[in-house]
Design a protein around this ligand. Sequence first.
Ligand code: FAD
Length: 292
Amino acid sequence: MEEELNKICKVEYDVDLTSHNTYRIHSVGKYMVFPTSFADVKNILDVVNKYSFKYLILGNGSNVILPEYYDGVIIKLNNLSKYEIFDDYVYAEAGVMINKLAQELVNLGYSALEWATGIPGTIGGSVYNNAGAYKSSISDVLISALVYDGKEIKEYSNSELQFEYRDSVFKSNKKLIILSCKLKITKSDKKELKDLVIDRTNRRIQTQDLSHPSCGSVFRNPTDVPAGKLIDDLGLKGYHINDAMISNIHANFIINSGNASSEDIIELINYIKLKVKEKYNIDLVLEQEIIK
Ligand SMILES: Cc1cc2nc3c(=O)[nH]c(=O)nc-3n(C[C@H](O)[C@H](O)[C@H](O)COP(=O)(O)OP(=O)(O)OC[C@H]3O[C@@H](n4cnc5c(N)ncnc54)[C@H](O)[C@@H]3O)c2cc1C
């Protein structure tokens, strides 16, 4: 398999993934590849699937809890980073950082992603998770996505992607790989957009723990009450298992205060779930993804 992969693009071995996940967990990937075209992605997946080998598509690693050792192929899409802005839509490849594209659109006076300037993920990861903030989400503006389904590269319309709150068809069908997408943009008042972004950035700085490594919100918000409030009301801010700690600033953030491992984070997640269930009889649902 390695030989076939190496013909498509250079394979790196036993790669330290610390800088490839925003928890900054020390994790090692057995194989890692950085495709530079859609054809590369397709060919890599064809080889990996042929050998029934384990793989992980990695965007910016800002919503994943990586294991200590990943015994498979990490396919990192950061080289698929082209985008082009047209009159009423933007075309963006999966590896484009959503916060950068959001800022660029705001600077040009286009409304679409102004809620996303604080999200350190890729377009691919954001479509997968239907990322959102301030009651908006990427599915509000997504026109279509170009997807490799293991057989062909095909365009899917928004309505085919089963978007829900932090959910999409990609979560239930891991064979579907997002290559690019088209997002609807609308001309808007540049100053108003910029002011909105400044206001929201300030809010994030005040309410989120941005000075420690994390993957943002750990749990989805239950319908009636924010997950952070439930955890805070239990007095759990600052509670830690080794270096995995519930942020003192935002109770729905787990931070890596030094050398946290995925086991520490997962143990802390289970502890929070147990305490919330005991006190409120609510089953918190994980927003982040535990990779095995
Ligand atoms: C400080 C901070 C603030 C955050 N704020 C928010 C917020 O306001 N709202 C929000 O929704 N999220 C937020 N997040 C979480 C995270 O940034 C988003 O979910 C982001 O969209 C994840 O993108 P990623 O590229 O990092 O995905 P990754 O973590 O790399 O991957 C996440 C999942 O997506 C899959 N995936 C990635 N790319 C593809 C692809 N091309 N095709 C198929 N599957 C793919 C991966 O396999 C994995 O299962 C925040 C995170 C941090 C650290």
